[in-house]
Write a protein that binds this ligand. Structure first.
Ligand SMILES: *Cc1c(COP(=O)(O)O)cnc(C)c1O
Length: 389
């Protein structure tokens, strides 16, 4: 069945007693055993919960993996994955990385002796040059956030397999609707489901999908042992949000493409970072490995003095951290999401004081462009005229 149908039907055929098309929320943490040595399959909610199971089976299916695991946040999902590694292990990680992942690696995992080297994961020679005997995995974001760098997932997965490394892909920005890394050779997919999968800026959640029996069993052990699992209420809310993923992603992509093109023609804009644009360096690879583009992109204004008034004058678009919801949000990565990344690394990759990130929502595109045009015009008047409008 096509992915649109599988999304819309999440959980709707899973409740055999009443036939409820919306799968119930099971708040119970304990489950009655029929007799000694028997179980209904549910014993204790940290290990397994019916509402969470519906969500976990759905994401495993959508990502073409074997098992899914729902966690209390994207960071909890990453921490659970990182628990696969032991003291002395080393990871190769995308250079333009989500700030929280960098922080977890550098300020937490490092204390446990697990270290990372940050490389352009699209360059096999760079990966090879930084591979050590103790390297265990490659962690990839594609596209990266905020600079939208693309990694060829099939090429890197094949390289990793050859050297016995796990390939872990953070698929938050594209979702399985547009990109399925496991089909391209990845072993583990992780999502901040807080973003597009949830889609409404109202649920914090993380998802993991594993491929292969052994890895799935190890992850199930860690998921239960660490216990950073998603509660039943949030599991239900997330599964509910995911039912409309297909229509939301199509609209996000449409709006983002139209706005990126509009910004490209704006005199105050220096550069637009969006893989849907033909001049993007990752355009061809992105088109080959994904069936569409995310709703988030970044752009650089020519003059950093535009940033503050633009953020002050946007009205429909909210100045807020996060991405992937139906509401449009604009972020200033250098001071918000990427503040924990050292300024030398930020400047090296281009996350500087002229860069703005735009998570385009599903509002009407004309209203979004009008809001931007107004904010740009007021910013211009203030910067050029020295007046406050
Ligand atoms: C938000 C985000 C995370 C962290 O997820 P939370 O749900 O906020 O814990 C990880 N990776 C990416 C790409 C993200 O955007």
């Amino acid at each position: 069945m096509k992915i649109e149908s599988r999304l819309a039907q999440i959980g709707s055929q899973s409740e055999p007693v009443t036939g409820a098309v919306s799968y119930p929320i099971y708040n119970a943490t304990a489950y009655r055993h029929p007799k000694l040595g028997q179980s209904t399959g549910f014993d204790y909610t940290r290990t397994k919960n019916p509402t969470r199971t519906v969500l976990e089976e759905a994401i495993a299916d959508l990502e073409s993996g074997d098992r899914g695991f729902a966690c209390s946040s994207g960071m909890a999902a990453l921490q659970t994955i990182f628990a696969l590694f032991s003291q002395g292990d080393h990871l190769l990680v995308s250079l333009d990385l989500y700030g929280g992942t960098y922080r977890l690696m550098e300020q937490v995992m490092k204390r446990f002796g697990v270290t990372a080297t940050y490389v352009d994961t699209d360059k096999l020679d760079e990966l090879e040059a930084n591979r050590r005997p103790e390297t265990k995995a490659v962690l990839i974001e594609t596209p990266t956030n905020p600079l939208m760098m693309i990694t060829d997932l099939a090429a890197v997965s094949a390289w990793a397999k050859k050297h016995g490394l796990l390939t872990i892909v953070d698929n938050t920005l594209l979702t399985p609707f547009f990109q399925r890394p496991i089909e391209l050779g990845a072993d583990i997919v992780i999502h901040s489901a807080t973003k597009y999968l949830g889609g409404h800026n109202d649920v914090l959640a993380g998802l993991i999908v594993t491929k292969g029996q052994e890895l799935s069993d190890r992850m199930a052990f860690l998921h239960n042992s660490i216990g950073a699992v998603l509660g039943p209420q949030d599991s239900w809310l997330l599964a509910r949000g995911m039912k409309t993923l297909a229509v939301r992603m199509e609209r996000h992509q449409y709006n983002a493409t139209r706005i990126a093109e509009w910004l490209l023609g704006h005199e105050a804009v220096e550069r637009v970072y969006y893989p849907a644009l033909p001049d993007h360096p990752g355009h061809a690879v992105q088109n080959a490995q994904s069936s569409g583009n995310t709703g988030i992109f970044s752009f650089k204004v020519k003059d950093a003095r535009y940033v503050e008034p633009i953020l002050r004058h946007i009205r429909l678009i909210a100045f807020a951290e996060s991405l992937g919801g139906v509401e449009s949000l604009m972020t200033y990565p250098a001071v918000q999401t990427h503040a924990d990344i050292p300024v030398e690394i930020r400047n090296k990759i281009g996350v500087d004081d002229k860069l703005l990130r735009f998570s385009v929502g599903i509002e009407h595109v004309d209203d979004l462009i009008a809001d931007l045009a107004n904010a740009f015009e007021r910013a211009r008047a203030e910067v050029e005229g020295g007046v406050s409008v």
